[in-house]
Design a protein around this ligand. Structure first.
Ligand SMILES: Nc1ncnc2c1ncn2[C@@H]1O[C@H](COP(=O)(O)OP(=O)(O)O)[C@@H](O)[C@H]1O
Ligand SMILES: C[C@@](O)(CCOP(=O)(O)OP(=O)(O)O)CC(=O)O
Length: 465
C-alpha cells in the first residue's frame, strides 16, 4: 500500500471547441472539418486520500464543487475473465438517491481498466478528484469565492445548469482521463509532453466518450480537447465496435489493444493546417434558443442517403470551400508582413465564408433541416455588415444554438458587435415559427493549445479533500 500513498497530486485541463466548418461532412471520413479549441477549459485535479496505516480503501471520490449535489463516490474492483475494472457508485448517505454522471462513471471505468493493465490492482489507491470548469460553459450567473478565483460557484445542480454548447462532456472526459493516467501511471508509460501519450489519451477518451454518449459521433470534440485547434478527419467508426462492454470477457485486453496501437487508428489531425492570423479572432455568441443535434444529424444523413448525387455535389463543393477557408487563414497567418499594405487583405476570406454559407443554406433547403435557418441568416448578415467583421457562420450542427463570428481583434469591433446584439430582435413570422431570443457574446475565443498539465495549487480554495 505504501506505493499508493507516495502518489503526487496531479492536475490537467482541456479546452472546449467550436466546429467552424465541416459540420455533418465530418461524419464521413471522405471529408474533414476545421475545429478550433477555445480558451474555456475544464480542469481536473486528482489528489491522494490519506488512509490510516493498515486501512485499505478502494474508493474514488469525484466532486464538481461549483455545483450543488455534485459528489459521486465509487468503489472499484478488478473483474474476473479480464473484464476490466468494475466501478460501482456508492451512496453518499443512506437515504440519498444515486445521482449518476455517465461521463465520469465511464471515463473512470475505461481509465482504471487501462491503468490496471500496467499496475497491480492494489497499487490503484484511493483518490479524490475535483472538476472545475470555466464559467462560459454555462450561462447561469455565479459568484467567485475570492477575487483570485478564476472559477465561479453556480449554486445550482448540474441538471439545472444551462449549457452554452462549448463541449463540456468532451473536455471533461479528456481532462479526467488525462488526470487519471498522469496520476497513476509512471512517467515512462504516460507523460502528456510526448506524442505517443497524446495518441493513447485520444484513443481512450474517444472510446470512453462514445460509450458514455451511447453513440459514435465524429469525435471532433475529443480531438480538439486533446490536440487543440486542428483540421480533423475522423476515425473509422468500426474501430469502436469490437471491444465489448466493461465486464465482458477480455474487455481489458481488447481495450488496451485499441489504446496502445495494436489496432491501427486512421484519425488524421493536422495542426499546422489551421491557424488564426494575428489581428483576427473568433467570437462565440450564444443564441437563447436551442436545437437538438442528434435529430438534425439523423435527418441530414437520411436526406443524403435518399439523394446521394445531389448531396455529394453540395458536400464536395463545401469540402473545397472548407479547405479554402483553412488555407486562407493559414496563408494570412504566415504572410503578416506582406499583407500590411494591402487595402482589404481579408476580402478572399469574406468571399469564402459567403460562398460556404450559400452551400450550407442549399443543404438546409434540400434536407429540410434548419441548419442555417432564416433567422440565423438575418442575424449573420447583420453581423457581417459591421466594420471589422469578416464573417460569421452557424457552428457545428447549426440550428438555433449559436453563431461564431470572425472579426478583427479590436475593442471597437467587439463594442459594435455588442451594441448590435444588445438590441437584437428576431423578425416575427419567420420560416418555421421558431423565434430566437437574446443573443449574448460569450467571453471566449480560439486557443490553439490542447490538453495541458496545470499546477494543482491553482485549485486550493476549491479542493475538497
Ligand atoms: N462541470 C461538470 N462537472 C461534472 N460533470 C459535468 C460538468 N460539465 C458537464 N458535465 C457532464 O457532461 C454532461 C453534458 O454533456 P453534453 O450533454 O454532451 O453537453 P456538451 O455539449 O456541453 O458536451 C452533463 O450532463 C454532465 O454529465
Ligand atoms: C453534426 C456534427 O458533424 C457536428 C455537431 O457539432 P456541435 O458542435 O453542434 O455538437 P454538439 O455540441 O454535440 O451539439 C456531428 C458530429 O460531428 O458528431
Amino acid at each position: 500500500m505504501a506505493s499508493t500513498l507516495s502518489l503526487e497530486s496531479s492536475a490537467v485541463s482541456a479546452p472546449g471547441k467550436v466546429l467552424l466548418a465541416g459540420g455533418y461532412l465530418v461524419l464521413d471520413r471522405k471529408y474533414s472539418a476545421l475545429v478550433f479549441g477555445l480558451d474555456a477549459r475544464i480542469h481536473v485535479c486528482i489528489e491522494p486520500i490519506r488512509t490510516k496505516s493498515g486501512v485499505t480503501l478502494h474508493e474514488i471520490i469525484v466532486k464538481s464543487p461549483q455545483f450543488r449535489e455534485a459528489t459521486w463516490e465509487y468503489g472499484y474492483r478488478l473483474t474476473e475473465g479480464d473484464g476490466g475494472v468494475n466501478v460501482t457508485q456508492l451512496r453518499v448517505s443512506h437515504d440519498s438517491r444515486l445521482n449518476r454522471n455517465p461521463f465520469i462513471e465511464t471515463a473512470l471505468t475505461y481509465g482504471l481498466t487501462y491503468i490496471s493493465s500496467y499496475l497491480p490492482h492494489h497499487a490503484i489507491g484511493p483518490a479524490s478528484i475535483s472538476i472545475l470548469a470555466s464559467s462560459s460553459y454555462y450561462s447561469n450567473p455565479g459568484t467567485a469565492p475570492s477575487s483570485a478565483s478564476q472559477f465561479l460557484n453556480f449554486d445550482v445542480t448540474l441538471g439545472e445548469a444551462h449549457k452554452t454548447g462549448l463541449g463540456s462532456s468532451a473536455a471533461l472526459v479528456t481532462s479526467f482521463t488525462a488526470a487519471l493516467l498522469s496520476y497513476y501511471l509512471p512517467k515512462d508509460i504516460f507523460n502528456l509532453s510526448n506524442d505517443a501519450s497524446l495518441t493513447k489519451l485520444h484513443n481512450l477518451a474517444q472510446a470512453a466518450h462514445c460509450a458514455a454518449q451511447g453513440k459514435v459521433g465524429s469525435g471532433f470534440d475529443i480531438a480538439s480537447a486533446v490536440y487543440g485547434s486542428c483540421l480533423y478527419r475522423r476515425f473509422s467508426p468500426s474501430l469502436l465496435t469490437h471491444h465489448g462492454d466493461p465486464g465482458s470477457l477480455s474487455f481489458g485486453s481488447k481495450l488496451c489493444a485499441l489504446i496502445d496501437g495494436d489496432v491501427q487508428w486512421d484519425t488524421e489531425i493536422r495542426k499546422a493546417a489551421i491557424k488564426m492570423p494575428t489581428g483576427l479572432r473568433l467570437v462565440m455568441c450564444d443564441v437563447d434558443c436551442g436545437s437538438e443535434t442528434p435529430g438534425m444529424v439523423k435527418k441530414v444523413l437520411e436526406w443524403r442517403k435518399q439523394n446521394a448525387e445531389e448531396a455529394d455535389a453540395v458536400w464536395n463543393q463545401l469540402q473545397r470551400g472548407n479547405e479554402a477557408l483553412a488555407a486562407e487563414l493559414t496563408r494570412l497567418a504566415g504572410a503578416e508582413e506582406q499583407n500590411s499594405d494591402v487595402l482589404d487583405k481579408y476580402s478572399t476570406l469574406r468571399e469564402i465564408i459567403i460562398e460556404n454559407r450559400k452551400l450550407i443554406r442549399e443543404m438546409s433547403a434540400a434536407s429540410k433541416v434548419p441548419i442555417e435557418p432564416l433567422q440565423q441568416t438575418i442575424l449573420l448578415d447583420a453581423v457581417s455588415n459591421l466594420a471589422g467583421v469578416i464573417g460569421g457562420v452557424v457552428p457545428g450542427a447549426g440550428g438555433y444554438d449559436a453563431i461564431v463570428v470572425l472579426i478583427e481583434d479590436k475593442d471597437e469591433v467587439i463594442a459594435e458587435l455588442k451594441k448590435l446584439l444588445a438590441g437584437w430582435k428576431a423578425e416575427p413570422g419567420d420560416d418555421d415559427g421558431v423565434k430566437i431570443g437574446k443573443v449574448g457574446i460569450l467571453g471566449v475565443r480560439e486557443d490553439m493549445v490542447g490538453v495541458r498539465k496545470e499546477d494543482p495549487g491553482l485549485y486550493k480554495e476549491w479542493s475538497t479533500c
